[in-house]
Design a protein around this ligand. Structure first.
Ligand code: IMP
Ligand code: MG
Length: 197
């Protein structure tokens, strides 16, 4: 009998509230199961709302790539993809208020139904900058789908059409979110228990 590939030890599914051996990982904020269920529901909602259209998903790199990949596969429509990269944080955990386009889109947005996919809305500064910037490119429509929204941090209501979860005001990692580029591959979202990077 043939042997399958060796199972490698990667991030493990947490048992109880002790996620991994890594002391930097705090409490689970959104579990793998909750992500799965909520993203399936968002996918159904988007499929209904965009029936007869082919939405263009615009992912904000790098944080949104994990969410966007699962979300896209939960949408039962022809979907197009593009990505942009912005920098608003550096490696700090506090927003600087400065948003810079590091990589722009490849596609022309004119006449397209654009759905901007974000990992987390904190102050909302990144989002409000991106919304203005994309709107100026004359899409047929522009909506936002954010996996996470940190409660009570936005000065103005960010008008998000689709939201995965509202989370408490703690710094979180996993499922695309990083600290100094690490932990993006955790299959859940948890708090950061390490020292402030
Ligand atoms: P905002 O401009 O303050 O809304 O910040 C949004 C961006 O900051 C997100 O797209 C993330 O890249 C980053 N960010 C905000 N909060 C967190 C967090 O808790 N963990 C990791 N990255 C975060
Ligand atoms: Mg980041």
């Amino acid at each position: 009998m043939e042997r399958g590939p060796e199972r490698r030890e990667g991030p493990q599914r947490p048992e109880g509230d002790a996620p991994l051996d890594d002391p930097n990982l705090g409490e689970i904020v959104v579990s793998e199961e909750q992500l799965k269920e909520r993203i399936a529901a968002l996918g159904r909602q988007i499929t209904d709302d965009y029936a007869g259209r082919a939405p263009l998903l615009v992912g904000v790199l790098k944080g949104a790539f994990v969410f966007m990949s699962d979300l896209a596969r939960a949408i039962d429509l022809p979907v197009e993809f593009d990505f942009m990269a912005v920098s608003s944080y550096g490696s700090a955990t506090k927003t600087s208020g400065v948003v810079r386009i590091v990589k722009d889109l490849d596609l022309d947005l004119a006449g397209r139904h654009v759905l901007l996919v974000e990992d987390i809305v904190d102050s909302g500064l990144t989002l409000s900058y991106l919304r203005k910037n994309l709107k100026a490119r004359n899409p047929a429509s522009l909506e936002v789908c954010a996996l996470l929204v940190r409660k009570g941090r936005q000065k103005r209501s960010p008008s998000l059409r689709y939201v995965g979860f509202s989370i408490p005001p703690e710094f979180v990692i996993g499922y695309g979110l990083d600290v100094d580029e690490r932990y993006r591959n955790l299959p859940f979202v948890c708090t950061w228990a390490g020292s402030v990077p």
